[in-house]
Design a protein around this ligand. Structure first.
Ligand SMILES: Nc1ncnc2c1ncn2[C@@H]1O[C@H](COP(=O)(O)OP(=O)(O)OP(=O)(O)O)[C@@H](O)[C@H]1O
Ligand SMILES: [Mg+2]
Length: 286
């Protein structure tokens, strides 16, 4: 019985249960001839090796799946935190600033005859107005209201915001239709697109860029390109070390089994291509 339950070949490649001179238990066939025996050993070794490779592959798949889930959970958690900050800005800070503005206005009305004081109050009101504007813009940057409606409406809103706030125009196009993706992946892609567009606005020296999206064979492709100053790809290490934006994107995208490809040269613009598999063998975080 023991013979049946033991593996034919041990871990170190040795033949298992049969030892020289061991009698053959009843029910088992006679030992094979020498070449046949050798062939059996080889077959058994091959089989065991394949089983081990299979097990390793399964472990690797499970681990990369886990990494994917963690990355998505992180993106979700980050977005939730942004939403929370945006709510504080919108619900608390902006209300307080508005109240301060009404108070200043009412004091100004009462001091109509005191011109120098009225001028100072007008100046204070202007500063409060500017603070309200900044707080509004910040809360929209942190948590675009359209994100709940999906990636494309959020991008459209972002593009509009770039035009209004920075005079930076983005030509945005989608080739075909995009698949339904989890909220966590949506957040991750949105954060990456926003960073790449911010980079184009900040670093390219141009006032326009292009954003293209498409899906091909289970992979979402996002391309952000500009015709600006570009940079030397041989200096990529130093370039990436300058800020946290590109590093953050490439780390997250790699964890998703995706890629960030950069094509650029000094004076020749920059093209950032994100390739992100959107499906998952297991259920993604929603
Ligand atoms: N579109 C672009 N055109 C030219 N240079 C770019 C472009 N995008 C990025 N770079 C270069 O790559 C560097 C790294 O970008 P990254 O987003 O990581 O950092 P940052 O934008 O400088 O700072 P942070 O994102 O942390 O606010 C930039 O400082 C810039 O030199
Ligand atoms: Mg940046």
């Amino acid at each position: 019985m023991r013979l049946h339950s033991m593996p034919p070949v041990s871990q170190d490649g040795q033949l298992g249960p049969f030892e020289h001179g061991t009698s053959i238990p009843p029910g088992l066939t006679a030992p094979a001839s020498a070449p046949k025996k050798k062939q059996n050993i080889q077959d058994a070794s091959k089989e065991q090796l394949m089983t081990e490779v299979e097990a390793l592959e399964q472990r690797l798949t499970a681990q990369s799946d886990e990494l994917r889930q963690t990355t998505l959970q992180l993106a979700s958690a980050e977005q939730r935190e942004r939403d929370r900050l945006a709510r504080i800005l919108h619900d608390d800070l902006q209300q307080l600033l508005l109240a301060a503005k009404w108070n200043l206005r009412s004091v100004k009305k009462q001091l109509r005859t005191n011109r120098p004081l009225c001028e100072e109050l007008s100046h204070a009101i202007q500063m409060v107005d500017r603070s309200i504007e900044i707080s509004r813009s910040l809360s929209r940057d942190l948590s675009p209201p359209a994100l709940d409606s999906g990636l494309l409406p959020a991008i459209e809103q972002l593009v509009e915001h770039f035009q209004d706030a920075y005079g930076f125009s983005v030509r945005f196009s989608v080739d075909g239709t995009l698949p339904e993706i989890s909220n966590a992946l949506r957040d991750l892609l949105f954060q990456s697109i926003r960073e790449l567009l911010f980079n184009a606005a900040k670093h390219s020296g141009q006032n326009h860029a292009e954003l293209r999206l498409r899906e091909r064979q289970g992979v979402i492709e996002i391309v952000v390109s500009d015709e600006g100053v570009g940079f030397d790809l041989r200096e990529l290490g130093h370039t990436i070390a300058k800020g946290s934006g590109l590093l953050g994107i490439s780390t997250r995208i790699r964890r998703m089994s995706g890629q960030l490809n950069i094509e650029t040269a000094p004076g020749a613009g920059a093209t950032f291509r994100l390739l992100v598999p959107w499906g998952s063998p297991t259920k993604e975080t929603s």
